[in-house]
Design a protein around this ligand. Sequence first.
Ligand code: RTP
Ligand code: MG
Length: 142
Amino acid sequence: MSENIERTLVLIKPDGVRRGLTGEILRRIEAKGYALAALTLRSADDELLAAHYAEHEGKPFYAPLVEFMKSGPVVAAVVEGHRVIEGFRSLAGATDPTGALPGTIRGDLGRDWGLKVQQNLVHGSDSPESAVREIGLWFPGS
Ligand code: RTP
Ligand code: MG
């Protein structure tokens, strides 16, 4: 296996699942050539979300973010591929769907709903350290 093969944690957030975009988002990941190494649908609780979003605690969007993430089931996936951490962030596009470029998941499928938190369809780990930490949280024992 190439030493540059990475794993990242991808979440399809409750807005993506609710809007029936799970298949479309997974299609884009697979069409890019990345592999699904694990996949599950689950509801996130306060403990998991506090750990997952620890870096954002205290920010104005933190409480609405946690509420949003508890508003419905989330698809969690471990996605594998060469430089997939950066690659999935490119596929996802910018955090704000209004500014996200067309061609990206957030740019094509998301928009700003005028709410207290960006409901932007997906999450992707932002570094190798984050990926290891987040995969451990969402797939304990993996
Ligand atoms: P993610 O962690 O979900 O992959 O997204 P990201 O790196 O692009 O964004 P980050 O700065 O880590 O923020 C985490 C999530 O919090 C929500 N957010 N809303 N001002 C806002 O309305 C705002 N800022 C952040 C988004 O759901 C963002 O993805
Ligand atoms: Mg982030």
